[in-house]
Design a protein around this ligand. Structure first.
Ligand code: SAH
Ligand code: SF4
Ligand code: F3S
Length: 466
């Protein structure tokens, strides 16, 4: 389905009579939500609103929410509570303020109920598959004071041609597949985002070609399970796979770095490994979610691989792809996780020597299979295991970084360093932040950088002398 500009123009007309109107957007959760927010920004800017970082200034506030863990919910309720007085005050002063909520939390009945009863001043609540109705619902709120608290308006269609506001710079992400079919027993995503739906290659390639034309050099292909891309294609496209898409992205002139997240270990084919080894544009840091190192827990999690299969996969990739490094996601304290099971996780971490670990305490999600499992782990044990994992990780980061000293990497110089105005920064092919001396003309270029120092959370480098 193609996105049609419709109500945006009507809102623009309404806003014309007023002074400048600002919007503020708060994005929680994963890269896919960040990507959706870029589309909401595009839609809202078509309405004539201007982006502000100052929530106090905003006439329209959008929360793009996440439901992956419990603390994400608490964060939203806190924010909504703080806005009550602002809403009353702005109404008294004749200064409108509209509050909208989209994203994953809105797909949960309990959340909808809570918003209706505790935060009735919210104007628009829309589900994850209803982005194309957003402008219309805002219009109804402005024009007719009509509030929308709908769940889902559009089940399975993919909406194309939504206006997108990309972040400035040289890096952009593009969603290639929506939804998830895996039903890991702890995870809420398949219930919220629905089944896997792959975007057509022509739509993806058109977006990337436009980005390349605008000067973007690095593309991240996004999906809950990127390497099942294309499995849902029928007819003419049947058989077109993730590797085929990578090959087509490779042909786009101007794109020099290709990343993807997240692949599922069970779908990491030999063909994909072979192709990564041949194509130097593909990032040498591969995100390979582990979740647990214990075969028993992995089975309980419905991950469909064992500890040995995961380690074999890592070995196979290391053999084929020179200088590869790995990042991962790990959950500690899944129901029934014994000390021995946890030690298996630490064992895998030591063997793989991950460069980056996103680690989480298991959080119960309503409606998932793990919610009903016995032997839920006490919070204090989860926290203690998380601390032990963190300590191991920190030690490993240090060792990994030391091993990089003296090596030369291709680094895309992204701009001034965030923490030091006199320096510039970029990332190595395996995704480590490098800070170095450079010139304004170097920004946007890919240079050969030699690593000279390890500072734990970043490296210091210097331009290689020729
Ligand atoms: N589809 C991706 C990422 C999903 S969400 C993947 O499979 O890798 C990001 C991470 O959040 C997951 O990898 C997992 O580690 C974590 N996560 C998901 N559900 C969780 C839960 N109930 N409690 C704690 N962490 C969870
Ligand atoms: Fe959740 Fe598993 Fe799907 Fe990732 S693969 S989104 S963890 S169900
Ligand atoms: Fe959160 Fe939804 Fe992503 S639940 S992690 S924002 S898909």
């Amino acid at each position: 389905m193609r996105y049609k500009i419709n109500f945006e123009n009507k809102i623009k007309e309404l806003n014309k009579e007023k002074s400048k109107q600002y919007y503020y957007i708060d994005t929680m959760g994963c890269a896919l939500n960040e990507n959706d927010s870029m589309k909401y920004k595009g839609i809202i800017e078509e309405m004539g609103y201007v982006c502000t970082e100052d929530i106090e200034k905003a006439n329209l506030i959008l929360f793009n929410t996440c439901a992956i863990r419990e603390n994400a919910e608490e964060k939203l309720y806190g924010r909504l509570g703080q806005l009550k007085n602002k809403k009353i005050k702005s109404k008294k002063e004749g200064n409108e303020l509209y509050i909208c909520i989209v994203g994953c939390m809105t797909e949960q009945k309990s959340v909808l109920e809570k918003i209706k009863t505790s935060y009735p001043y919210v104007d628009v609540v829309l589900g994850t598959k209803s982005m194309q109705y957003f402008a219309e619902k805002v219009y109804l709120a402005i024009k007719e004071n009509k509030k929308t608290k709908e769940e889902q308006l559009n089940e399975h269609e993919i909406v194309e041609d939504v206006p997108i506001v990309y972040d400035k710079g040289y890096k952009a992400s593009v969603s290639i597949i929506y939804g998830c079919n895996n039903f890991c027993s702890y995870c809420i995503v398949p219930y919220i985002r629905g089944r896997e739906r792959s975007r057509l290659p022509e739509d993806i390639l058109k977006d990337i070609a436009e980005l390349a034309k605008k000067g973007y050099k690095e593309i991240t292909l996004l999906g809950q399970n990127v390497n099942s891309y294309g499995n849902d294609f029928k007819g003419e496209l049947s058989g077109y796979s993730f590797v085929d898409l990578l090959k087509d992205v490779d042909k786009i002139e101007g794109i020099e770095i290709i990343k993807f997240a997240s692949p599922h270990p069970k779908d990491f084919t030999d063909e994909l490994i072979e192709y990564i080894s041949e194509n130097k544009k593909i990032s040498r840091q591969i995100h390979l979610p582990l979740q647990s190192g214990s075969t028993y827990i992995l089975n309980q999690m419905n991950r469909k691989y064992t500890k040995e299969q995961y380690l074999n996969l890592v070995e196979k990739i290391k053999e084929k792809v020179k200088d590869v490094s790995f990042s991962t996601d790990i959950i500690v304290g899944f129901p029934g996780e014994s000390e021995e099971n946890f030690l298996d996780t630490l064992d895998v971490v030591k063997k793989v020597k991950f460069d980056m670990i996103y680690m989480f305490c298991y959080s119960v999600r309503k409606g998932t299979r793990a919610e009903k499992m016995e032997n839920q782990i006490e919070e204090s044990i989860k926290v203690e295991r998380l601390e032990r994992l963190k300590a191991l990780y920190e030690k490993m980061v240090d060792d990994n970084n030391n091993a990089k000293i003296g090596k030369v990497y291709k680094v895309l110089i992204e701009g001034k360093s965030k923490n030091n105005e006199d320096k510039y920064s970029g990332r190595t092919e395996d995704n480590k932040v490098v800070v170095l001396d450079a010139n304004p003309e170097d920004v946007g270029k890919i240079l050969n950088i030699k690593i000279i120092k390890n500072n734990k959370w970043y490296l210091t480098g210097e331009k290689e002398k020729i």
